[in-house]
Design a protein around this ligand. Structure first.
Ligand code: DQA
Length: 145
């Protein structure tokens, strides 16, 4: 079974982008760690990043009937994108939303995410470890279905 892992805008700069907030690990580090954990769980990882809202929408749609679940860090689109929320709502697979930083202790405009209303659960503020925690949770969720 395949888990889709989608990363939104500016996450390609992880490791060099505001490391005080997002840490020193790169997105490639996150991908490698997730793939290692996925191997232990008997899952495949389809890991992607885009700076384009429409591309993320298309990837979410293309997951229908193909992936068992998804982990999504929509980055800034969390706070603005009805299109990503609608795409997730049209999907048959469970999604866990991840934020590296604790969006609730940052600027007020980061406190609301459109995606949270359609996610199974949300992990935020635990650094890049959140991706691995999300994969462990998703493994149990899709194991039940
Ligand atoms: C983020 C939080 C968002 O507010 C921000 O726009 C990001 C990253 C996080 O992972 O903490 O780009 O999603």
């Amino acid at each position: 079974r395949t888990v889709l892992v989608l990363n939104g805008p500016n996450l390609n700069l992880l490791g060099t982008r505001q490391p005080d907030i997002y840490g020193a690990d790169t997105l490639a580090d996150v991908e490698a760690r997730l793939k290692s954990l996925a191997g232990d769980l008997g899952l495949e990882i389809d890991f992607r990043q885009s700076n384009h809202e429409g591309e993320l929408v298309t990837w979410i749609q293309e997951g229908r009937g193909r992936v068992a679940g998804a982990i999504l860090n929509p980055a800034a689109y969390s706070h603005t994108s009805v299109a990503i929320m609608d795409a997730l709502q049209a999907c048959d697979y469970p999604v866990i939303e991840v934020h590296i930083s604790n969006i609730h202790r940052r600027e007020p405009f980061r406190h609301h995410s459109h995606v949270s209303a359609v996610a199974v659960g949300v992990i935020c503020g635990l650094g890049v470890q959140g991706y691995e925690l999300a994969l462990q949770a998703l493994d149990r969720i899709i194991g039940r279905t």
